[in-house]
Design a protein around this ligand. Sequence first.
Ligand code: ADP
Length: 362
Amino acid sequence: MTTIEDANFALQKVLDAGSQKNVIELAWIKNVRVTIPRVIVTLSLPSFANSQRDRIVLEVRKVLLDFEDIDDVQIEIDNNPSKTESQNQSNAPELQKIDGIRHIIAISSGKGGVGKSTIAVNLACSLAKLGSKTGLLDADIYGPNTPSMMGVAEQNPKVTEGSGSDQRLIPINKYGISLVSMGFLIEEGQPVIWRGPMLNSIIRQFLYQVEWNNLDFLVIDLPPGTGDAQISLSQSVPISGAIVVTTPQQVSLQDARRGLAMFKQLGVPLLGIVENMSVFIPPDMPGKKYEIFGKGGGQTLANENDLPLLAQIPIEIPLVDDSNKGVPISISQPNKESSVAVSYTHSPSPRDATLYRMPSSA
Ligand code: ADP
C-alpha cells in the first residue's frame, strides 16, 4: 500500500526548471496526506516560481497517479506562502555570475516578429561602436537569425583545446561583437523541439561554456514569450536588466504585459520598453511618417508599469535590406532614424540614459 514516504519519494521526480532541484528538497510541497485511494498535497511555491505552477501541478498529479492504488490526487495551492517564502528564499536557485561579464541585458518580447532580434543586434552594435566590449548571445532557439543579420551564417564557431567540460566555445567575432547563437548549432529548416531540462542545459552551456572573456555588456536575444528559456536564464545568471520590445498594436501589448509580469515574478529588474515599428518612413518621402500599426502602445505599457519608454523605432526599408545583407543598420547607416532611435536605449539623451544608470560594478 502506498505510504507518505512512497509519495514523497516519487515527488522527487518533479524538478524546478531552473535549479533542477526537486520540489521536496525545495520545500515547495507540504502536507502530503495519503488516504488510499486519495492523496492530498499542498503546493507552496515562492513567487519567483509561480510561472511554473501549471507544469508542476501536472507532473505532481502524474507521478502520484502512477501508483496502482491511487486514483485521486488533490492539490491544494497555498496562495499565501509568507511563512515559507522567507525560508524558501534560501532555497531559491543561486545565481552564478559569469566571470568577466559586467552587465547582462536581456531583450525580450511577448510574441515573435516584433523586431526583438533586430533590436538586440543593433543595440549590441551600437554599444560596441561606443567602445564597450560587447557580446551577443542569441538564445532564440525557435528563430535564431542573428548570424544571418550579422553576416556570419556560414561560419562555425571553433572550440578550445581540451576535452569534455573543459572545452569552451569560441564566439564568432563580427563588428567588434562576440557572437554565439543557437543558429550555429542547429541545421537550418530543422524543426526544434526542446524539453525543459534540455533547454535549461543548453542555455547554461551558452552562458558558462563560452570563451566570453571580459565583456562590459552581454546582450541576450531571448526567445519570444514566457517559457522555459526565460525561466532558466533568470534562475541561472544575475541579469542587470531586461528590455521588453513591443509594437504599438493592442495584440502585441497583451503579450508584452505577460512578459513584463513574468520578469517581475522572477525578480529581474526591468530597464524599460522599446516600441518598434512605431511609424513607417517612406524612403522617397523621409519627412512623412505613417502610423500603420496604431499609436501609443509603448507609452501605455511604460506608464502602466512605471517604466521608461526607451525608444520608438520607425520602420525603414534600408533596415530590412541591410539586415538581409548581413549588415545591421547601426553599422551601415548610423544616421538613419532607426539607428539613432536604437542608440536612445543606451546613450545619454533627452529621452533616457538607462544603461548608463546601471551600477558600474554590478
Ligand atoms: P523577432 O526577433 O521579434 O522575431 P525580427 O527582429 O526577426 O523579429 O524582425 C522580424 C522582421 O521584421 C525582420 O525581417 C526584420 O528585418 C523586420 N524588422 C524589424 N524591425 C524593423 C523596422 N524597424 N523596420 C523595418 N523592418 C523591421
